[in-house]
Design a binder for this molecule. Structure first.
Ligand code: UGB
Length: 641
């Protein structure tokens, strides 16, 4: 299935072109054929051809184009690339369904629901296994659909703390590390578009606490854009226009990097692949990892319920004669496949086919493991083309060969491939930020999730609020309706829980007894200390922020917070606020801040601060003194008890 893969080659068959080496039809047939295919690039190809054959030095624009082709061919076998492209483009133009002859059926996998004992059981296994995981973040894509010209991983996951995606991912991996005692590697796949800015983001933030030797980079290069069915390249200022080859590059680049073998040799067992703007990715990893480990899967895809027409691939069990394959059928292929096999297109919500979140757990070791599979295949997953056509079947815009990370299972010769579907009543276990407000409005009109920056933020709070509900007697207030850049978003109380506070439901059950966060309220638990909450109330619109450092053990008992809190206000000028349509302004807060390791307790004091009453503010010193007094009281009582 799929097309031949355009392999890598060490030197170009075009080497020396226009630099004095005479080309002859006998020895340079392939090179001349390749140039013949792209003769439209040259103003006067006949003259270029003559110069090539008699070894004349070619200057100027033609030389620049030849050099660009030589550089490309050295990196990427252009003959194979164009051959593959021609075959796939011909099929696409003739509407040949690449899945012709395959019959889809609904695959069997595990279904896990948040707040269930099964979910918690899998989380516990996941937490045990995560200490033997390597992490691969594919972050080469630019946010075209999002209307954001920065790197997506620098976007805030939420505006209450402003923590960006990359920081959240790294802080969570560091918590996995703290729990397991192992130093865990993170590899980022970048592209020319995202390389420099991502490395600067890390440098400017001291890698968000991660050691530099833990982080590695693989950089994907673009592939030639194709303007028509003849696979004609496109000139872009005398250079060859290139476009991203797709997140499937991650496997061939990891194969070339040798990293998976190093990870295996140092005792790691699995690799977790995830994408740039799904804030839930590393939180959902633990139940999914537990499920993959419990079933000894070589490959496990993390899925959620899918909606008809959603820009999300669907996992299908495909059969053709004796062949059967569990495959992600991408959202642009699902409709034609279902239409041609069931007569009904991609029309059901929820879809019977699990939705691919593109979060993959792949085992490193064994015959069907990642290391041996990369050694055998070079990690070259099948390519496809997805040209957009005008009415007269010409291309709306240049296409290119692409490949997808989730097609890795097609490289396997056996092995156990499966998936786990994660569900949560309160909010979908998946909230990528992909769409600009305008395209999000269209998505919502057609019954789909917005997947915008504002809806992603609301989902973030909803998930953290629902996570907090694992505790005893937890009440989370209602959502506040709002319209941001024309998009209606219901904003839950803004709850932000750091990975150090809780990773799994057991953590919440252990540390949360009686918490209420009312409508419009804010609860932020940040930092690396351990925090226990008992009988804590955040009144309507009020804000409580608890900040701790490593080594702090804090108990907050019987605290009611009432203040002006944080407010959702009109966006400022930053792009992150503009694509969201709002910003969060910290008007007032009760901030419990502990910067020295130690055990602390904050106990019953009513901290209401109504402006008009001009009630005296309780300075942190009094607060501190009170805390110490309570501590002394408890210590004394324990000695006497
Ligand atoms: N990416 C790269 O690193 N390099 C590239 O060349 C391209 C992308 P998109 P897409 O989330 O619901 C995927 O564009 O590809 C990175 C799955 O295929 O956001 O349209 C990029 O930085 C689909 O089945 O998504 O669709 C980002 O991190 C479904 O899972 C990631 O690849 C869908 O995601 C995804 O790129 C989804």
């Amino acid at each position: 299935m799929g097309a031949g893969t355009s392999g890598l080659q060490s030197a170009s068959i075009l080497t020396g072109a226009g630099r004095g080496r005479a080309f002859d039809a006998a020895t340079d047939a392939a090179a001349l054929r390749l140039l013949e295919d792209q003769k439209h690039l040259f103003a006067d190809y006949t003259t270029v051809r003559q110069s090539l054959e008699n070894g004349t030095i070619i200057q100027g624009r033609d030389r620049t184009i030849l050099d660009a082709l030589v550089e490309l061919d050295a990196r990427l076998d252009l003959t194979a690339y164009t051959a593959t492209a021609k075959r796939l483009l011909k099929d696409a133009t003739n509407k040949v369904n690449p899945l012709e002859g395959w019959t889809p059926s609904v695959p069997q996998g595990e279904l896990l629901e948040a707040h269930s004992e099964q979910w918690r059981a899998m989380e516990r296994i996941g937490l045990r296994e995560v200490g033997a995981c390597a992490f691969v973040l594919v972050a080469g894509g630019l946010g075209e659909r999002l209307g954001y010209d920065g790197i997506k991983v620098s976007l805030p996951t939420e505006s209450t703390t402003g923590t960006c995606y990359l920081e959240l991912y790294i802080r969570t991996i560091l918590e996995f590390q703290r729990r397991s005692g192992n130093t865990l590697p993170l590899c980022l796949m970048l592209s020319q578009d995202t390389d420099g800015a991502t490395r600067k983001l890390l440098k400017d933030n001291n890698n968000f606490g991660m050691r530099a030797d833990q982080i590695s980079f693989i950089v994907q290069a673009g592939v030639p854009a194709l303007s028509n069915q003849e696979a004609h390249f496109v000139l872009d200022n005398n250079s060859i226009l290139c476009k991203p080859h797709g997140h499937g590059d991650v496997h061939s680049l990891l194969a070339q990097s040798g990293l998976p073998k190093k990870w295996l040799d140092r005792g790691l067992k699995r690799v977790f692949f995830f994408q740039d703007t799904n804030a839930f990715a590393l939180r959902t990893l633990l139940p999914a990892l537990g499920s993959a480990a419990a079933r000894s899967l070589d490959v496990c895809s993390t899925c959620v319920e899918r909606r008809a027409g959603e820009a999300m691939g669907a996992l299908c069990l495909l059969k053709k004669g004796t062949l059967s394959l569990l495959k992600n059928v991408e959202y642009n292929q699902l409709e034609p496949l279902l239409l041609s096999t069931t007569g009904k297109g991609d029309v059901e919500t929820p879809s019977p086919y699990p939705g691919n979140t593109n979060q993959l757990i792949i085992s490193l070791s064994g015959e069907h493991g990642y290391v041996s599979t990369l050694e055998r295949t070079g990690g070259n997953v099948p390519e496809f083309v997805n040209p957009k056509f005008n009415a007269n079947r010409t291309f709306k815009k240049p296409a290119r060969l692409e490949c997808m990370m989730q097609d890795y299972p097609q490289l396997l010769e056996g092995g156990s491939v499966g998936f786990v579907t994660l569900t949560r009543k309160a909010v979908r276990e998946y909230a990528p930020v992909k769409n600009s407000p305008e395209s999000a409005i269209d998505k919502v009109k057609s019954g789909l999730d917005a997947h915008s920056a504002s809806s992603g933020e609301a989902d973030f709070y909803a998930l953290h609020g629902d996570f907090l509900r694992c505790g005893r007697d937890v009440v989370i207030g209602g959502k506040e309706p709002g319209v941001y850049r024309g998009l209606s978003v219901e904003m839950p109380p803004r709850i932000v829980l750091s990975p150090s506070f809780a990773l799994i439901e057991d953590d919440i059950i252990r540390s949360v007894k009686g918490v209420t966060v009312k409508q419009g309220g804010t609860l932020v638990i940040e930092g690396e200390g351990s925090v226990e909450l008992e009988d804590v109330v955040v009144e309507e619109g009020s804000a409580l922020r608890i900040s701790t450092v490593k080594g702090v053990a804090l108990r907050v008992l019987g605290l009611t917070v009432k203040n002006d809190g944080y407010r959702v206000e009109a966006p400022g000028v930053t792009k992150a606020e503009v694509i969201r349509g709002f910003r969060i302004v910290r008007r007032d807060e009760t901030h419990l801040k502990f910067e020295e390791p130690g055990s602390y307790a904050v106990a019953p004091l009513d901290l209401s601060s109504d402006e008009e009453e001009e009630a005296p503010r309780v300075s942190p010193f009094i607060l501190g003194a009170a805390a110490v007094a309570v501590l002394a009281f408890f210590l004394l009582r324990r000695r006497t008890v």
